[in-house]
Design a protein around this ligand. Structure first.
Ligand SMILES: O=P(O)(O)OC[C@H]1O[C@H](OP(=O)(O)OP(=O)(O)O)[C@H](O)[C@@H]1O
Ligand code: HPA
Length: 178
């Protein structure tokens, strides 16, 4: 059977490998945040698939917040200008925050987010990213929980888009046309 994305997207990391890694990260986060009130700050839109699967793999009474930022505006290159499109719904002061991202590429989005969230006086801020693409880093970001390190290719699927599409591809795929 053919799928809508077959001619555009090749498999980089299979659905099974993604799901297995998400479970490992969930177990690690469960151990590390014992006794703490954990808030997952899910960065819209790309991290939603990862964040929801990860939340289910964490055995703690966590809370979920959603923060929308955008800098790629549907293309394959960062504009370098990060904008908040939707803010979190509660004050972040005194909370243990874990920022959930699908990918850290240039690192510009995460640098912006760290600065923005730290200014709200949380108890702690850590970073969990499913993917890291170190070849394109423009600023160094320490990733506390990392799924996979990938090569310098534009990727789609499992939340990642090209032109707002392909987020619902169930694996991490390589966009064939760049
Ligand atoms: O490290 P960087 O080069 O800053 O890239 C990473 C960011 O780019 C993507 O978001 P995007 O701006 O495309 O918005 P989206 O999540 O709505 O797709 C991704 O979800 C990260 O938030
Ligand atoms: O490789 C990527 N794919 C989709 N969105 C992205 N945002 C930063 N890097 C990427």
């Amino acid at each position: 059977m053919t799928t809508f994305h077959e001619k555009d997207v090749g498999v980089l990391i299979s659905e099974e490998a993604v799901q297995a890694r998400v479970k490992e990260l969930g177990a690690q986060i469960t151990r590390d945040y014992q006794g703490k009130e954990l808030t997952l700050v899910c960065v819209l839109k790309g991290s939603v698939f990862f964040a929801i699967d990860l939340a289910r793999a964490i055995d703690l009474p966590l809370t979920l917040e959603f923060l929308g930022v955008s800098s790629y505006h549907g293309g394959t290159e960062s504009t370098g200008e990060v904008r908040i499109t939707t803010d979190v719904s509660k004050p972040m002061a005194g909370k243990h925050l874990l920022i959930i991202e699908d990918i850290i590429d240039t690192g510009l989005t995460m640098s912006f987010l760290l600065e923005n969230l730290q200014a709200r006086h949380p108890a702690s801020v850590k970073i969990c990213s499913l993917l890291e693409k170190p070849a394109r880093a423009k600023t160094k970001v320490h990733i506390d929980y990392k799924g996979f390190v990938i090569e310098d290719k534009f990727v789609v699927g499992y939340g990642l888009d090209y032109g707002e599409k392909y987020r619902n591809v169930p694996f991490i795929g390589i966009w064939k046309h760049t």
